[in-house]
Design a protein around this ligand. Structure first.
Ligand code: NAG
Length: 399
């Protein structure tokens, strides 16, 4: 009996000493290395202790970071929910509620109030969904491993600077799984560079103070090139036999030149009515020749700095029209019967272009300007409408 107790005690001691002498996990080692880097970047020991001690990984962040959906939605499906009746109705109500503040900030920054409201609506459903992830943990998780380690590292340093300067406390730093925070989802480096203390209370509070939220958003858009009272763009009608090669990110022309190329406003015979004829823009056909076309100006490019997706910038633009009491409806029909290519198919399409000697850029399934250009060249040589749109039909023709 005595012996047995002894054995149990010995086992317990062995167990405890194993815990005491446990090897630091890879993550703990990484934190130690990162800590040295952050310290060299000027972050104090006090802030580092507070932010990094006991820090763990949030595995949910990896699931979301790795989630490149095989099936993508058509832009029309995205717009249906981004500019839904509910979001429009709530947007008009929120605009009314905050009209004075928004107008004041519009005048101070030269950024249209309805654009600020539309960004607010898309980023957090007007403050309803700001994210409750611990920003420090989410960013450390991204920085440790995966496809966004560089982003995670620099944003984590940014978040630590926010704490160090006393702009927000460790526990205030809450937001999306990717580190975007507050009503209009600023990432830490955007916060550090562009957030504004509108009410002068000494804090730039993008989590709780709507004046700070709207001013910060307006300031970021303004430095991104947004100019108040200039249009984001216009839906256009293209003439028969139009050369779709003109719908290229690199081709910018003045409105008068586009009019001369045969473009008209979707709502009228003339493109020039209502616009400064010298304002320059580029043409986008987000769903190819069978879908709507838009001429977009510099303000659209400024919205793209906020989030680099054409669908996003279009959603902000259209929602802003609705909030302003105009129609944000797209007039031409989207090709809703078109099945968007899966990720595998988009990679197949890029590989097929490569195999035929065109240069679509990396085979990553992202249909960017390079892939579209290569696709157009192929379409031209195959006698197809050269719209650079990655459809199931063109994939068929390539194979
Ligand atoms: C977005 C940022 C943008 C940055 C992009 C890529 C905001 C409002 N937008 O979240 O500045 O270029 O991520 O990292 O912070």
């Amino acid at each position: 009996m005595k012996k047995r107790l002894g054995t149990i005690a010995a086992a317990a001691i062995l167990f405890l000493s194993n815990i005491a002498h446990a090897e630091p996990s890879d993550f703990e080692q990484w934190v130690a290395g990162f800590r040295a880097e952050a310290s060299a970047a000027g972050i104090s020991d006090e802030v580092l202790d507070q932010a990094l001690s006991g820090l763990t990984i949030n595995s949910r962040v990896y699931e979301l970071n790795d989630n490149q959906p095989e099936f993508s939605r058509g832009i029309w499906d995205y717009l249906d929910s981004a500019v839904s009746e509910t979001r429009v109705r709530n947007g008009r109500a929120k605009f009314q509620e905050n009209r004075q503040l928004l107008t004041m900030i519009d005048q101070a920054y030269g950024v249209d109030a309805e654009i600020i409201a539309a960004i607010w609506g898309l980023e957090s459903s007007y403050g309803a969904i700001m994210g409750s992830y611990d920003t420090i943990q989410a960013l450390a998780t991204l920085a440790f491993e995966g496809r966004r380690t560089g982003y995670g590292r620099s944003q984590l340093i940014g978040a630590l600077k926010i704490i160090q300067h006393g702009y927000a406390s460790r526990d205030d730093l809450k937001g999306s799984w990717a580190g975007a925070m507050g009503h209009t989802q600023f990432i830490p480096t955007t916060y550090l560079s562009y957030a504004i203390d509108h009410d002068g209370d000494g804090r730039r509070d993008i989590w709780n103070n709507l004046g700070d939220v709207f001013a910060s958003t307006a300031n970021y858009l303004s430095v991104s090139g947004y100019r108040g009272n200039e249009a984001w763009g216009v839906e256009v009608r293209l003439p028969a036999g139009f050369d779709y090669a003109l719908a290229d990110t690199k081709i910018k022309k003045a409105v008068v030149e586009w009019a001369a190329a045969g473009l008209s406003s979707i709502n009228g015979p003339s493109l020039i009515d209502g616009f400064d004829p010298n304002i320059r823009g580029r043409l986008i056909i987000p769903a190819g020749a069978r879908g709507p076309a838009f001429l977009v100006f510099d303000n659209f490019e400024a919205i793209l700095k906020y989030n680099r997706s054409t669908a996003y910038a279009l959603a902000v633009s259209l929602l802003s029209e609705e909030i302003a009491g105009r129609s944000g409806a797209v007039v031409a029909a989207w090709p809703r019967d078109d099945r968007p290519l899966t990720l595998t198919e988009r990679k197949d399409l890029q590989q097929a272009l490569k195999d035929r000697g065109y240069d679509p850029g990396p085979v990553d399934g992202i249909i960017g300007a390079g892939t579209k250009r290569a696709l157009r060249t192929f379409q031209q040589s195959a006698g197809l409408p050269a719209d650079g749109y990655a459809s199931a039909k063109v994939l068929e023709a390539l194979k």
